[in-house]
Design a protein around this ligand. Structure first.
Ligand code: UDP
Length: 251
């Protein structure tokens, strides 16, 4: 399967989207490119696309089993995901269970302060405007969503947080925060899209608080791919490894 044989529809900072013969189905190619700071810091890390595709596929499967609609259809091979075509909403929906990252730079929260209920924050996805935080009025006035859709996005997001937090806890991973994106399918339904991976989430080892996500890259530390590999090997079971033929990338 070579996505490049298909027509490119969209090229983001870490993924490319290609057409298929079915107008409602696309191929998402997870690339090895990694960026931070609105794309200012850039690198290519071997196998990152493989890890992120398989980690996202696993999370999408866990969420589908919990009744949440996602864009995921199947992982065709490492790095290549067949997905439902969505018209993406340019909002980054960030959920915070524990204070970290930009929240600490912007507000007087204490490091690792816990939030129960979690905080949901929405940012306008735009490198040009540096992803500014928006409120409901701004998101609606910009024509991105209706108020009813915002209510639905919040409801689905809280459920996603609960399902993934519980799943990760069993794998020895704390889930401080994560970013997701939604789109509309051809019926206008709100569907979870994009990815759920160490690029878009914070993952900490529950015992040691060791960082297992893109924060290592943001801070210029080594072992970024070792951390992604650790997440993959913890969340995938033997059946997943067999199904996706990934004995070569996990321990
Ligand atoms: N995040 C993301 N893309 C962005 C901004 C944030 O995926 O453009 C994720 C990030 O990985 C983290 C969460 O959203 O899991 C919260 O990020 P934060 O606002 O703390 O920003 P950061 O410290 O990552 O700049």
């Amino acid at each position: 399967m070579n996505p490049q044989d298909h027509q490119l529809i969209y090229q983001g900072k870490a993924k490319s989207v290609y057409e298929t013969d079915d107008p409602e189905v696309v191929i998402v190619k997870f690339r090895d490119d990694i960026t931070a700071g609105d794309g200012e810091k850039k690198d290519t890390l071997t196998d990152k696309g493989h890890f992120n595709s398989v980690i996202s596929a696993k999370f999408f499967e866990v969420l589908e089993e919990a009744g949440i609609k996602t864009q995921y259809i199947e992982l065709l091979e490492l790095g290549v995901m067949l997905s439902h075509r969505l018209d993406m909403i340019p909002l980054e929906v960030i959920t915070r269970n524990i204070a970290a990252g930009s929240l600490l730079r912007k507000f007087p929260f204490q490091e690792r302060q816990e939030f129960d209920p979690p905080i949901i924050q929405m940012d306008y996805k735009s490198d040009e405007f540096h992803d500014p935080m928006v409120n409901d009025d701004i998101a609606v006035a910009l024509g991105f969503v209706t108020r009813e859709e915002l209510d639905e996005i919040r409801k689905i997001t809280l459920k996603i947080n609960q399902v993934l937090k519980d799943f990760l806890l069993k794998k020895g991973i704390t889930f401080p925060d994560f970013k997701i994106e939604f789109g509309r399918n051809h019926k206008g339904e709100i569907i979870l899209g994009d990815e759920i991976s160490p690029d878009s989430c914070r993952f900490w080892d529950s015992e040691t608080c060791e960082v297992l996500d893109k924060d290592l890259f943001r801070k210029g530390e080594t072992g970024v791919m070792d951390a992604y590999q650790e997440v993959a090997s913890r969340i995938l079971d033997i059946e997943d490894k067999k199904k996706w033929n990934i004995k070569d990338i996990t321990n």
